[in-house]
Each structure stands twice: as structure tokens, then as C-alpha cells.
Design a protein around this ligand. Structure first.
Ligand SMILES: [Fe+2]
Length: 399
């Protein structure tokens, strides 16, 4: 096993224990920041479809880990776990498949202290059990699943903070890579093995089955589109020209009345700024543009005579090891709808992928808020086209 592999996918019991502790520490720190701003009280949290009440989200991450690790659940189906939750009504409150999103504000949850105690107890028991596990993929599957799930909720809590306009503490700022190189890279195309390494380690169900996949020759931006590049589109009247927008994009544009990206503001002096975690900061020209939805990415492509990469092209480029291909500062919208690969079968977290096929679009890469252990050229993220609250941007390909 490679000691320098940062991925959770191949981590043995020792490294996994450290990762689980780290993820929980991070979740609790984010929760504290939200609580300090008054958002531990769910009644004070705006009822938005794009966020969860933080207290619910905190309890849910611990409950999920308890369900799959401590209660040895065979699946996410109700009744598929052994025993009871440490919280008498945990199953009624925290099962995301059963508790409809809009009802999460109105649950009779225990107080913050009781939920934090529950989190601590679940983690302690998980670490105790993990210490006795063999370094075996099957034995470690539920631990790795719980870790990935908590890491994804960690990123969700961070974009919740952006949505609510809350400031960050130092440890939450994630990794900001150096300004990306400009230009594009030409690839000759060919056959590559798409999907996670299924011979060992952890693989998400939607990455299976790994299969040889052919891509035609293509040329792709070396890095995601920058603020400066996107600004040219905005200043050219891109948001006012109907011909750049798809039918769905035009409908979104009309409904949202947007004339620039979600968090951009123009100062009295005409200089563009962006809202970053509750602060107005200058628009950094070389940084990847972020908080764009699929419609905006597509409109930019039409305006510039480019196109979005397919997810296969993106994975091919990322796996190529080309030193100029930079990714990881923002999730990247692709031209690919989220669909099952041939041979797909849901894993034990039944609702991870299967319910969302056909209604979401694939994003590839990772954002500055994605922990290094979760980053993978195989990872398929997926959101509905109008989501601009997430840390998403895009790159383009030659037509
Ligand atoms: Fe979840």
C-alpha cells in the first residue's frame, strides 16, 4: 500500500481512524461557526431547498455512520440495520430517504448539546470497532462510506455558509491552488479505462463498472475558465443576448433576473467585486470563476464558440498525467447528463446515485473545499442544472 496515497479509497484501519477523526472535527467546527451565528436554532435557518438546517445535518452525519458501521446495515432501506440508534428517535429524524427535505425544519430534535454528545459517542464506538478490523476492503467498506458521506456534508456545510453569508475561520478555507496556467491542451484520443479501480479499495456505485472507453481527438482548456475570461462575456452583454442561452437557460434567466454570476456585485466605481463568505472582495482575474450554474456555463460556451467537455473527455485528460492539466479549485460542469454506466447496480447506500439519474448533470474534479482524500479523477459529482450555490465552474473544449 502506498503510504503517500492521500485517498481514503485505499486507507487501512490506522489511516482511516485519523481521517474519521479529522472529518468529525471539521464538521463540528463548521457547525460551531453556524451555531455562533444563531443557526443551531432551525427556526432561524432560511427554508431554502439548497441547504439543510445545520443541527439536522450534524445529527444526520453521525446517524449515517452509526447506521452503516455500528448497526451493520445491509442497505439504506428502513429496517435493514441491526438494533437501535443511540438516540431513541434517531431513525425517525435523520434518515434522509424518509425525512422529506422541507420537513427537516420542523422536527422535534434534541438540543445542540445532546446531538454533540451523540456525535462523540458514535465516533468513539466506531474507532473502537475499527481498531479490531482487518485491513480488508469488505470489512472497511462501511467506514469508508461513512467517511466519504461526512466529507461531502462538510463541503455542503461550507456552501451553506456561503449561502448564508457567514465568515470563515482559518482552518476552513480549504486548499487554494496556484493560479492556473492558460491555454489549451490537445489530446490524440484513444481508449482509456473509465471508472474506479475495482480490484481493490472503495469505489462509488456510479463509477462502476470500469470499462474501456474511447474518446476522439479533442482540445481542452488546461484550467477552468477564469473570472477575467468570464467577465468578458458579462461585459459583452452575454446575459442580455437570448441567442447565447438554451431554452431552459432562458427560462432560468428570466425567472432569476440575473445579469451576472450569483455573487458578483458592481461597485459605484464600476469595479466588479464578489461576495465571499460574507465579505466583499475584489474579483481576482486569474482565479477560476465559481458559483455558476450549467446554463451560465453553456451560454459562455455559445458566446465564445466553444463547448463543454464530456465527462469521458474530462476523465481521459485528468488520467493522462499531462502536467499542464490543472483541476481541483472548482467542480466543473460537463456536457454529460448523470446516467448509469453499463452494468450499474446500487450499493448499500441505495439513494446515493440511482434516484438522480436523468435529472442531474455530471460535474467532475473537486473544489477548494473538497478534502484531498476525496479527490479522484473518477469522482462523478452531480447536481441539477440551476444550482449556482455550489463551488462550481467549468472549462471549455474546442468545438
Ligand atoms: Fe447525507
Amino acid at each position: 500500500m502506498d503510504q503517500h496515497d492521500p485517498s481514503f479509497r485505499h486507507a487501512g484501519p490506522g489511516r482511516l481512524a485519523g481521517m474519521l477523526r479529522d472529518a468529525r472535527h471539521y464538521t463540528l467546527a463548521l457547525f460551531d461557526t453556524l451555531a455562533d451565528a444563531g443557526y443551531a436554532d432551525s427556526a432561524r435557518v432560511p427554508r431554502l431547498g439548497i441547504i439543510n438546517p445545520p443541527l439536522w445535518e450534524l445529527g444526520h452525519t453521525a446517524w449515517f455512520a452509526e447506521w452503516f458501521v455500528l448497526r451493520r446495515a445491509a442497505s439504506s432501506r428502513p429496517g435493514a440495520a441491526f438494533g437501535h440508534s443511540l438516540l431513541a428517535r434517531g431513525d425517525d429524524w435523520f434518515d434522509s430517504s424518509l425525512v422529506a427535505h422541507r420537513t427537516r425544519w420542523a422536527l422535534d430534535l434534541p438540543g445542540t448539546g445532546a446531538i454533540q454528545t451523540y456525535c462523540a459517542e458514535v465516533l468513539e464506538r466506531i474507532l473502537e470497532r475499527l481498531a479490531g478490523e482487518p485491513a480488508d476492503d469488505a470489512a472497511l467498506y462501511p467506514y469508508r462510506l461513512a467517511l466519504a458521506h461526512e466529507d461531502m456534508h462538510g463541503e455542503a456545510l461550507l456552501y451553506t455558509m456561503q449561502t448564508l453569508g457567514l465568515g470563515l475561520r482559518g482552518e476552513m478555507s480549504g486548499t487554494m491552488p496556484a493560479p492556473p496556467p492558460a491555454g489549451e491542451i490537445g489530446f490524440g484520443g484513444g481508449v482509456f479505462l473509465r471508472g474506479g479501480d475495482q480490484s481493490r479499495g472503495f469505489v462509488f456505485d456510479n463509477e462502476k463498472a470500469a470499462a474501456p472507453c474511447r474518446v476522439a481527438p479533442f482540445a481542452i482548456d488546461a484550467a477552468p475558465v477564469t473570472n477575467a475570461r468570464y467577465l468578458a462575456f458579462v461585459e459583452d452583454g452575454g446575459y442580455r443576448e437570448a441567442r447565447h442561452w438554451s431554452e431552459a437557460g432562458s427560462a432560468w434567466l428570466a425567472a432569476s433576473a440575473r445579469s451576472a454570476p450569483r455573487y458578483w456585485r458592481r461597485g459605484d466605481d464600476g469595479v466588479w467585486q464578489q461576495l465571499r463568505f460574507g465579505r466583499r472582495v475584489a474579483l481576482a482575474p486569474d482565479a477560476a470563476v465559481r458559483h455558476l450554474n450549467l446554463h451560465e456555463a453553456q451560454a459562455f460556451c455559445r458566446w465564445s464558440g466553444r463547448r463543454l467537455p464530456t465527462e469521458d473527455e474530462w476523465e481521459y485528460a485528468a488520467l493522462s498525467g499531462h502536467p499542464q492539466f490543472a483541476w481541483g479549485s472548482v467542480w466543473e460542469w460537463t456536457a454529460s447528463p448523470f446516467l448509469p454506466f453499463a452494468g450499474f447496480a446500487p450499493d448499500r447506500y441505495l439513494d446515493y446515485s440511482a434516484p438522480w439519474f436523468g435529472s442531474r448533470q455530471v460535474l467532475r474534479g473537486a473544489s477548494f473545499a473538497t478534502p484531498a482524500r476525496l479527490r479522484s479523477p473518477h469522482f462523478r459529482n452531480f447536481y441539477t442544472p440551476e444550482r449556482d450555490d455550489i463551488f462550481a465552474g467549468f472549462r471549455t473544449c474546442a468545438p
